[in-house]
Write a protein that binds this ligand. Structure first.
Ligand SMILES: Nc1ncnc2c1ncn2[C@@H]1O[C@H](COP(=O)(O)OP(=O)(O)OP(=O)(O)O)[C@@H](O)[C@H]1O
Ligand SMILES: [Mg+2]
Length: 628
């Protein structure tokens, strides 16, 4: 009954091969490198501060064995004053450490985040098809915070506490070797326990982070889909799913807490027992006169001073493990391949004068325009036995021509148009723009040549003007006015509170579907592209507005090479010729009237009566693109 209540999709790589936490964390080095001087200085300062705390017991020893034993109050005051100085110095140095790391680490976090964002922008659409948005959001927020916390705290303190423990042990052993050895006895069992703990904790930490990603996805989808949730009364099932996910996360967090409690228990208990034993043995030795009282005091206070460094190891390890998992998750995105469609690689068959346009349907040797030759496409995540969405599309749109693309719903029109701006790359065949192979053009060149308006108009949280001028580089006020006029959007835009400078999109004015569609169209035509791809651009307009847009659009189309996906005869009439997409290929090309007369499927699509189309599976609108 809960159609919506399934766990959000995890990225395919969410169970990566486990490797050591250290190796994961080392990958952060390139980001930390620029601030390494500060970080090392801060660590050195912290080591000094921490070692000062180890000098305090030695001063105590001097006070007990010297002035106290001799009954000289002046010496006691002197010693007390020195202790006070040491305390203040320690506090001051720790403060200095904080100050040293705060700013550079904020910078490291920002750099990590920028890098992730840049990567997300560059990753192909097929990557975004696969990954749940919440998983990406949580990586950019929660995980990066964990990383900054790790760099600020556990990284330094594992080093500092390690150094302090070493120095402390040396002091203990030199004070009294036998007592020192007794205190060190728990080290070996503790190390074994820690390594077992580390492996278990890392798994739990990874699971918790993934679950936070799932939760983020649900929250994001419920907020974006609030109208569906409310309109269909799905709030209870959504809440149930949310509760299930929070419950899972809570279980994982409790497991982490239990693991931490166990290891922390051992880490505190074993040294405590050792200290107790050393105290008994030491007291006996003092009573026998084999050990000075001052030495015992110094010995025990050194041991006590080491308690915090030892105790903290448990949660420092835990935090480091969490950070290692966050690093893994971070680099899963950064390591995702930038697609089959990478940089231009002008191979031998992709030279500019490779002009034959060798598709069977290309009659002439003219290389201009937009040519599809034997184009094959299969979605990367399509099941292996399914036929490819496009299998051998041959279509030639002459320079300056407007071609309408007609086909049943789900026949692959959107898919075909998505190949031109290289949102996906064909899995076979080739596409040429004015005779140049698409794969031989850089992405920037493609963007400069091709403009698109998608089925679902997406507006960003920005002003109308910014949304429209996104359509090209260096566009001016005049381009904006012209584009708005072509899309018949100038009327409603000037009626907005601040005209074209009104904020729209998610955090601004809500526009109607038709208004959004016209802004998306304005964006597509703003940059006067050579190639214009429109996916059903007028579907949301009333007949009157549609006629006005078409009249204005005709002028734009006169100067571009255009491919327009159309469902209605009125839109089809904008085009010089029409191509019918059926069964993954172009089944017929001709003028509207020719096809209407000669092609039964086309006639059916245009009049809505033909049973030929009944075989294709209807698909709810708006599930293909990932745009909203
Ligand atoms: N991102 C995707 N991953 C896998 N399959 C997809 C994806 N997008 C679309 N498809 C599948 O590809 C086929 C063609 O979809 P496409 O969106 O191109 O159809 P269309 O002709 O544009 O339909 P409509 O007229 O409804 O817009 C459909 O069967 C669809 O399920
Ligand atoms: Mg479509």
């Amino acid at each position: 009954m809960d159609a919506t209540a399934s766990t959000p999709a995890r990225p395919p790589s969410s169970e990566p091969p486990r490797h050591s936490a250290v190796r994961s964390l080392l990958r952060l080095w390139p980001f930390v490198r620029p601030v390494r001087a500060r970080l090392f200085t801060a660590a050195a300062v912290a080591v000094i501060a921490s070692c000062i705390s180890l000098v305090i017991p030695l001063v105590l020893k001097w006070i007990v064995d010297g002035p106290v034993a001799a009954g000289a109050p002046g010496g006691v005051w002197l010693g007390g004053g020195f202790l006070l100085f040491l305390g203040v110095a320690e506090a001051g140095l720790f403060g200095l450490r904080r100050w040293l790391v705060a700013r550079p680490l904020a910078g490291v976090e920002a750099a990590l985040r920028e890098r992730l964002y840049a990567r997300l922008q560059r990753l192909p659409v097929s990557f975004h098809d696969r990954w749940a948005s919440g998983q990406l959001l949580s990586r950019a927020t929660t995980d990066l915070q964990l990383l900054r916390m790790f760099l600020a705290f556990p990284l330094t303190f594992l080093l500092v506490n390690g150094a302090t423990i070493l120095v402390g042990c040396a002091i203990l052993l030199t004070q009294r070797f036998s007592l020192g050895l007794m205190l060190l006895a728990p080290v070996v069992p503790l190390m074994i326990l820690c390594s077992v703990f580390e492996a278990k904790y890392a798994l739990a930490a990874r699971r918790a982070l993934d679950q936070v990603g799932d939760l983020t996805t649900v929250i994001e989808e419920s907020v974006l889909g609030i109208r569906i949730v409310k309109g269909f009364g799905r709030h209870r099932s959504q809440a149930r799913m949310f509760r299930r996910l929070t419950h899972e996360l809570r279980t994982t967090e409790l497991r982490k807490a239990r693991l931490l409690a166990v290891i922390w228990g051992f880490i505190t208990l074993l040294p405590e027992l050792a200290i107790g034993a050393a105290l008994v043995l030491g007291t006996v030795q003092v009573a026998d006169g084999a050990l000075s009282a001052g030495t015992l005091v110094a010995f025990l206070s050194t041991a006590l001073a080491l308690r915090w460094p030892v105790d903290s190891i448990g949660f420092l390890l835990a935090m480091s493990n969490e950070a290692a998992m966050a690093t893994d998750r971070y680099f899963e995105v950064l390591d995702a391949p930038l697609a089959e469609a990478s940089d231009p690689s002008p191979g031998p068959r992709a030279t500019a004068d490779d002009t034959d346009g060798s598709g069977p349907c290309s009659g002439s040797g003219d290389s201009g325009g937009l040519v599809f030759s034997g184009v094959e496409f299969r979605y990367p995540d399509a099941p292996g036995d399914a036929p490819p969405t496009l299998c051998g599309v041959d279509l030639r749109i002459a320079s300056g021509e407007t071609m309408a693309l007609v086909g049943a719903t789900g026949s692959g029109k959107t898919t075909l148009t998505a190949l031109v701006p290289r949102l996906y790359d064909p899995t076979g065949g080739r596409i040429t723009l004015d005779g140049r192979d698409l794969t031989a053009l850089s992405r920037d060149e493609v963007r400069g040549l091709v403009s698109v308006a998608f089925e679902e108009p997406t507006l960003f949280s920005a002003t109308v003007a910014e949304n429209v001028l996104m359509g090209g580089a260096d566009l001016q006020e005049a381009d904006l006015r012209r584009a708005l006029a072509v899309a018949q959007a100038d009327g409603f835009v000037s009626a907005l509170p601040q005209g074209p400078h009104t904020q729209v999109g998610e955090q601004g004015m809500s526009l109607s579907g038709g208004q959004r569609q016209r802004l998306a169209l304005a964006r597509a035509v703003a940059g006067r592209p050579r190639f214009l791809i429109l996916d059903d651009p007028l579907s949301a307009l009333d007949v009157h507005t549609e006629a006005l847009v078409e009249a204005a659009l005709r002028q734009v189309l006169a100067t571009t090479t255009a491919l327009i996906v159309a469902h209605r005869p009125s839109t089809v009439l904008l085009a010089d010729r029409v191509a019918l997409l059926s069964g993954g290929r172009i089944a017929a090309v001709g003028t509207h009237h020719q096809l209407l007369r000669d092609n039964a499927e086309y006639a059916g699509l245009m009049s809505g009566t033909d049973p030929v189309t009944a075989g294709s599976v209807p698909r709810p609108r708006g599930t293909s693109g990932g745009t909203r």
